[in-house]
Design a protein around this ligand. Structure first.
Ligand code: APR
Length: 280
């Protein structure tokens, strides 16, 4: 395989080229792939950043290994670590970022085809991205159910339990099973909604991948489904996955909020972006 390109720092001409393409009539169906890196500036740690990542900071939960916190079999044995984390991550405490407002702006300009996200923080929805454009591939805290009898559990009661640091249990007579938010744990299958949306990537005329290490499949595999004619843009602190190998790939290294602001300046969307974010 070709050697990976040297780390490209954010160059103005790269941004101008991208802005010109987005503004052209050739770009109408943008598909996004988001990871935890788009929410770090909201105060939600990502998973694998060396110092600040969640997996580097779960030691206090005495897990056999970090990912166990999201493993269904471990959860059955010991739901404590997950619920400790759920209390810290629970939606409602965090404000969407300017990157989330950029996604709403893409939709407002009729350019957003599908926003695939791995994040469970529901910040896309809270930023005003149209629901029908969002595919939460790893589920979210939006709903919950018993892992034994599958009985849905009341939303308000769940919120109270999590904020009170109590472990919710199924109230179906003779069940008493553990209740878990509809977040996709390792070992669980991804939502049908994700599976059905996979073909959307083939319709993209621009794929923008932001804030993800592209380490978790099948989500990461979406990037390989972009048509060869579709430019793939990586906006990330470091080069990840195989983005950079295709001749029309573009790697924009940097903080996503900074790249988004610089791109919106080139698009002439700067003021609109800030105004939108200010009221989020
Ligand atoms: N701007 C740009 N990139 C950032 C920023 C930022 N402000 N902050 C972090 N990043 C980058 C990190 O350098 C890293 O490459 O975002 C990436 C985050 O990667 P991960 O922490 O692995 O998060 P993610 O890719 O979303 O994890 C995927 O793993 O644990 C599972 O189900 C969980 O959905 C999660 C999945």
């Amino acid at each position: 395989a070709k050697p990976m390109p040297q780390k490209k720092v954010l160059k103005s001409r790269d941004l101008s080229g991208l802005a010109d393409y987005i503004a052209s009539d050739k770009c109408n169906n943008i598909v996004l792939m988001l990871g935890a890196g788009v929410s770090t500036s909201a105060g939600i740690p990502d998973f694998r950043s060396p110092e600040t990542g969640l997996y580097a900071n779960l030691a206090r939960l005495r897990l056999p290994y970090p990912e166990a916190v999201f493993e269904i079999n471990f959860f059955r044995e010991n739901p404590e670590p997950f619920y400790t984390l759920a209390h810290e991550l629970y939606p409602g405490k965090f404000r969407p970022t300017v990157t989330h407002s950029f996604i709403r702006l893409l939709a407002a300009n009729g350019l957003l085809h599908t926003c695939f996200t791995q994040n469970i923080d529901t910040l896309e929805r809270r930023a005003g991205v149209p629901d029908d454009k969002i595919i939460e591939a790893h589920g979210s805290f939006a709903s919950q159910r018993c892992i034994d009898c599958q009985q849905p559990y009341d939303d308000a009661k769940m919120k109270r339990k999590i904020l009170a640091k109590e472990t919710p249990r199924c109230e179906t007579p003779k069940c008493g099973g553990l209740v878990k938010p509809d977040i996709v744990f390792f070992g669980e299958s991804l939502p049908d909604e994700f599976i059905r949306a996979i073909p959307n990537v083939a319709k993209a005329d621009l794929l923008i991948i932001m804030g993800t290490s592209l380490t978790v499949h099948p989500f990461a595999g979406l990037a390989e489904r972009a048509p060869l004619a579709c430019p793939r843009v990586l906006v990330n602190l470091d080069v990840v996955g195989s983005i950079g190998r295709r001749p029309n790939d573009l790697v924009l290294l940097g903080k996503c909020d900074e790249v988004v602001r610089a791109l919106c300046e080139k698009l002439g969307w700067g003021e609109e972006l800030e105004a939108l974010w200010a009221k989020t």
